[in-house]
Design a protein around this ligand. Structure first.
Ligand code: NDP
Ligand code: OXD
Length: 315
């Protein structure tokens, strides 16, 4: 019985961490598969399309990430359960990333960094957290944990999800029917949506134009976008156009249409745009290997798997 680690640039590190747990499992790293009949489990991140179906005894796929679009793009993905990665370590990393960027823009830091470069000492009024409405696009594991952290800082919160949700202290909206009302009361839009056929390209000029401009009168210079979901959720040319037109005040992007972001991209140099290299929440070797071995043990013991992906929904 073997676990195959496939696709991630950190596969060797994951294998070393998994071996250190002394589970007795035979751990292999693609493309050194050995006998393909031995492979029962795969820990995968963007495996080459069509490869997973070549393992005749595969019983379980574990996603290196919380998102599973990197697996769903394989039209020949074997019909075995897929478990996505959900772990307090990953969630805490995402929450700290999102809180950092919400605070950064609420405190107008793009402007202060620009002033510093110009050696200018200049006061700018800032809104209090209680004056800023953060809209969480995606109210799953990441969205809900971020809501709790932002609530503690005093922000006003609203959220949008596919199905109706009821979260204390969060004004909740759902589905296409709730989207415009959600956007119209949002000053800082924080996206942790998964990439599915329904969400591809959702962050476009039309959506950005529906964000609240009302905040301007409360010392927010304009709406802000923070996207740590997936790059294909956004139309980058639309984000730049909205920034240049003043429809958006600032943005932080962790994910991009093409990754790594090409050196030629104008996103790198926009003064109101923060670029990070898809590092909002990293799957560390220790945490992902512990999680993987726990799922395999559950599977072997006939216990229910955790965080099983619903293939029909795509996340
Ligand atoms: P969850 O599955 O727990 O949450 C997804 C949320 O999105 C749910 O609230 C869901 O609604 C909502 N949603 C899905 N489709 C739609 C839709 N069509 N319309 C409205 N709402 C929708 O995922 P996580 O919170 O764990 O992770 C979210 C994403 O974050 C991942 O898929 C991944 O892409 C990204 N991510 C990025 C990382 C990074 O480093 N940048 C790290 C980790 C994750 P409902 O509640 O009704 O199901
Ligand atoms: C994830 C990611 O989906 O790191 O977990 O992007």
């Amino acid at each position: 019985m073997a676990l195959l680690i496939i696709g991630s640039q950190w596969s060797e590190e994951f294998a070393a961490a998994a071996r250190a747990l002394n589970s007795g499992l035979d751990i292999r790293v693609w493309p050194e598969t050995g006998r393909i009949e031995d492979i029962r489990y795969a820990l995968a991140w963007g495996p080459p399309v069509g490869v997973l179906k070549t393992f005749p005894n595969l019983e379980l796929i574990i996603s290196v990430g919380a998102g599973v679009d990197h697996l769903m793009k394989d039209p020949e993905l074997p019909d075995v359960p897929i478990v996505r990665y959900v772990d307090p370590d990953l969630t805490n990393r995402m929450v700290s990333y999102l809180v950092l960027h919400v605070l950064f823009h609420q405190r107008r830091m793009c402007e202060f960094l620009e002033l510093q470069r110009e050696r200018k000492w200049e006061f700018r009024p800032e809104p209090g957290t209680h004056e800023v409405r953060v809209g969480l696009m995606g109210l799953g594991v990441m969205g809900e944990a971020t809501a709790k952290a932002l609530k503690a800082l005093g922000f006003q919160l609203r959220g949008w999800s596919r199905s109706e949700r009821n979260l204390e202290g969060v004004e909740c909206f759902a589905g296409q029917g709730g989207l415009d009302a959600f956007l119209s009361g949002t000053d800082i839009l924080v996206c942790t949506l998964p990439l599915t056929p329904d969400t591809r390209g959702i962050i476009n000029r039309d959506l950005l134009s529906k964000l609240s401009q009302h905040g301007r009168h409360q010392r927010m210079p304009g709406p802000v976008l923070i996207n740590a979901g997936r790059g294909a959720l956004q139309i980058e040319a639309d984000i730049l156009a909205a920034l240049d037109a003043g429809e958006l005040y600032a943005a932080s992007l962790d994910v991009f249409e093409v990754e790594p972001l090409p050196a030629s991209s104008p996103l790198w140099s926009h003064p109101r745009l923060i670029v990070t290299p898809h590092n909002a929440a990293e799957s560390t070797p220790e945490a992902i290997s512990r999680y993987t071995l726990r799922q395999i043990r559950r599977h072997q013991a006939g216990e229910p798997l955790e965080n099983v992906v619903d293939r029909a929904r795509g996340y």
